[in-house]
Design a protein around this ligand. Structure first.
Ligand SMILES: [Zn+2]
Length: 118
């Protein structure tokens, strides 16, 4: 972790890979969470296209603000085609050998996650 240094204001920093300010990242994280909640709502209502769009938006925000999508949220969409995963609706979910096996209905790929302990 870099120590806190006084910001130099004489030079304008080029638009490089600078981290976005913390407050912006906090807002981005909140927005991502809201988008996933909305995606879930829409998926349950049968609007899978809309929920996929919310996932896309959430990913875009994550990329723009260099915010990682939280692990539990990451499991809510397909890592291959990025469609929202609603068990029984857009994917099937099974538990086998201490892992969760998800089959995405839109790209037919299988995603495996180790069983999360809580
Ligand atoms: Zn998929």
């Amino acid at each position: 972790m870099a120590g806190k240094k006084a910001k130099k204001k004489t030079k304008l920093v080029s638009i490089s890979r600078r981290r976005k300010p913390a407050w912006q990242q906090t807002i981005a994280r909140e927005r991502i969470e809201i988008l996933f909640k909305e995606a879930e709502k829409q998926a349950k209502a049968g609007n899978t296209e809309l929920s996929n769009r919310y996932v896309q938006l959430a990913r875009k925000i994550g990329m723009r603000y260099q915010v990682k999508i939280a692990k539990p949220l990451k499991r809510k969409f397909c890592k291959y085609c990025y469609s929202y995963l609603q068990p029984g609706l857009t994917c099937s979910q099974r538990i086998k050998d201490k892992s969760i096996i998800i089959k995405c209905f839109s790209c037919k790929k299988i995603i495996r996650y180790p069983f999360a302990k809580k």
